[in-house]
Write a protein that binds this ligand. Structure first.
Ligand code: ADP
Length: 324
């Protein structure tokens, strides 16, 4: 369990993390989301005792983490997979970590096997691909068989198979009762992996909520509509005349907003148009997240220049209560 209470970090006059309170619970994969510069890495560094808070506190299993006697057995972390001595082999790197934490050498072979690096264990770290380096970082995080895992962008550099592998791994670690806390900028991946979300913007909490609730509560209601191809354009015109928004859906068919499925059905009947499918759909995590964080993006690119955010949006975001 990770508990942050009023956690704050200031750099100069600016709060990178601003009175942040949340709890990351065991048995779940909790996703940590926020635009670039929102304060995710700073928060993770404070959890691990690598940065000192300017205010508030964060504990792991009820204690400040830097006081832990056997840190790797308590928390496994991956912050920057490139922070490995390039001249050491993958096995030497893990053996060094194991020794300094009182962990036996046989565990090194176990984690190498678990992350699929056994074959390249004798290779120097600098010769490893980005994806292999990422797997080595994950192996180090798993070394002490910790109850808490903190991973910053763990799927960076992994291929499709690697991404699926880490998704299954994190879910099984959570199912075993571990606390898994991860950040990723890949929304579709986060939607598949995490079941709880903590969203921050400009250092502040925007949401601390169950993934499904987050999507269902904040979705713009829409309906997926399929019609026979020959009638598709007539249907579209009819819906637009009635004030609906209509666009092509990635799955094929129209995505209709602004009308209920019943209203769409009744409208089609007036023109004798056939309907092959009428399904309520929710927004993706990416769509909901983009709407929620629009006001808290530090700088938004416009036509190649950086423009400070819209002051009114920012005002609104600041006055909003976090979603819980
Ligand atoms: P994220 O991980 O969400 O992208 P960070 O935690 O890296 O965000 O950064 C949050 C804010 O704190 C940013 O505005 C960043 O520029 C600032 N920041 C982070 N580390 C430092 C530092 N060592 N010195 C000064 N400012 C920093």
């Amino acid at each position: 369990m990770i508990e942050a209470r009023e956690l704050t970090k200031r750099y100069g006059g600016k709060a990178a993390v601003d009175r942040l309170s949340f709890t990351v619970r065991p048995g779940h994969v909790t996703g940590f989301l926020g635009p670039n510069g929102a304060g995710k890495s700073t928060t993770m560094r404070m959890i691990l005792g690598l940065d000192a808070p300017s205010g508030g506190a964060v504990t792991v299993n009820g204690r400040r983490y830097y006081r832990s006697a056997a840190p790797l057995r308590e928390v496994g972390s991956l912050l920057d997979a490139t922070s490995v001595h390039g001249g050491r082999t993958a096995r030497q790197h893990l053996l060094g970590l194991a020794r300094s934490n009182g962990i036996g050498g046989s565990r090194v072979d176990e984690v190498l096997e678990a992350v699929g690096l056994t074959r390249v264990a004798g290779k120097r770290a600098k010769g490893l691909s980005l994806g292999m380096g990422q797997r080595l970082g994950i192996a180090a995080a798993l070394l002490g068989d910790p109850g808490v895992l903190i991973l910053d962008e763990p799927v960076n550099g992994l291929d499709t198979e690697g991404i699926r592998w880490i998704r299954d791994l994190l879910k099984s670690l959570a199912a075993d009762g571990r606390t898994v806390f991860l950040s990723s900028h890949l929304m579709s991946e986060m939607e598949l992996t995490a079941d709880h979300l903590i969203v921050i913007g400009r250092g502040r909490l925007l949401a601390d909520t169950d993934m499904r609730d987050f999507i269902e509560t904040n979705s713009q209601g829409a309906t997926l509509l399929r019609t026979p191809g020959a009638e598709a354009q007539r249907m579209r015109a009819l819906l637009e005349t009635a004030g609906a928004s209509v666009r092509l859906d990635a799955r094929g068919g129209w995505r209709v907003g602004g009308l209920t499925p019943a209203e769409i059905g009744e409208l089609a009947r007036t023109q004798d148009l056939a309907i092959h499918e009428l399904t309520p759909v929710f927004s993706s995590l990416e769509e909901v997240y983009t709407d929620m964080t629009r006001a808290s993006v530090e700088y938004r690119g416009t036509a190649g220049t950086y423009e400070a955010e819209n002051a009114e949006d920012a005002e609104n975001a600041e006055n909003k209560e976090p979603v819980r």
